[in-house]
Design a protein around this ligand. Structure first.
Ligand SMILES: [Fe+2]
Length: 295
């Protein structure tokens, strides 16, 4: 299928686009000092100009419809966690029924990608909770299986209810967002307070925030930050929105940055051997999670 008869990017295409846009792994030192902001801005424009039409369309819809009110509605709809009870494996298997037809060249499933990410983290000798965060970090994409459109599941996230950073990709598309006409949402801080912490800020709705709420009672804060903010590229790659952060955010974003290369660049063509890996991951899941989680 070519782009002209496929109106919207698939999950893979949006993620490939992110990888093109952020070609080098984040380093903890570099992210919070923008060395040459003008150059970065120029590069952004190029990525936008060269993006596939389907990816453009994805961001057009995302920026048009992710309003402050939309996010509050979704939070009410999902964060009561009254939809299902599933174990982590059941959720992994459920996610695996999601077929991404944007990427016909690979027979890698969603589960394969998650296992690859986790295995790479394990290979590099990181703590067990880090490996577990790698395994589950995209489980929130089951939102797609509840019928949510892709623009409300994947893509970069950004705060709503305040001015959009110019570093958010395809920033001009925000002109069509109804919040652009609400002056109280268009100041630097919008409806929030400086330095009060990202926990007080509503992010555009997607798989990060949903999964964070499912697992927040069970994992150490470092792992929870990785899960909750892994798509918040304007912050963890470009250092934007620092004025909302408190000291805990600043400390723990190091882990979001440590996680990012595994999320973005782990893509081997070797299919993980599930039968071989299963005992290790069964034990790891049992170490942190109860038998059933509320979704
Ligand atoms: Fe993700």
């Amino acid at each position: 299928m070519n782009d002209s008869n496929r109106p919207l990017a698939g999950l893979e295409e949006v993620e490939e686009f992110l990888k093109d846009r952020y070609p080098e792994p984040a380093t903890v030192e570099s992210t919070f000092k923008a060395t040459n902001p003008n150059k970065r801005k120029e590069e952004f424009r190029n990525y936008e100009a060269n993006a596939r039409p389907s990816v453009r369309e994805f961001y057009r819809l995302n920026h048009r419809y992710q309003t402050y009110d939309f996010v509050q509605t979704k939070r009410k709809e999902y964060l009561g966690l009254n939809r299902k009870q599933m174990s982590v494996w059941e959720a992994l298997e459920f996610l695996n029924t999601l077929v991404d037809d944007s990427d016909p060249d690979t027979d890698m499933s969603q589960l394969d990608h998650l296992l690859q990410t986790a295995e790479q983290i394990r290979h590099d000798g990181h703590p067990r909770w880090f490996i577990l965060a790698g395994l589950i970090h995209d489980l929130g994409k089951i939102l797609c299986l509840y019928g949510e459109p892709q623009w409300a599941v994947v893509g970069d996230t950004f705060p709503v209810g305040c001015a959009w950073s110019e570093k958010v990709v395809f920033h001009p598309f925000f002109a069509d967002n109804p919040d652009s006409k609400e002056s109280h949402y268009q100041t630097r801080l919008g409806v929030y307070q400086e330095g009060k912490g990202l926990d007080s800020v509503s992010m555009s709705w997607g798989h990060d925030e949903y999964l964070y709420n499912v697992v927040k009672d069970y994992l150490p804060p470092e792992a929870l930050y990785m899960i909750r903010y892994h798509s918040f590229y304007p912050c963890h790659r470009d250092g934007e929105y620092g004025y909302f952060m408190n000291q805990q955010d600043r400390d723990l974003f190091k882990w979001v940055q440590a996680f990012n290369p595994y999320d973005l660049y782990t893509k081997s063509h070797k299919k993980p051997n599930l039968a071989e890996l299963r005992p290790f991951y069964d034990e790891l899941i049992r170490e942190y999670f109860p038998a059933q989680l509320r979704w």
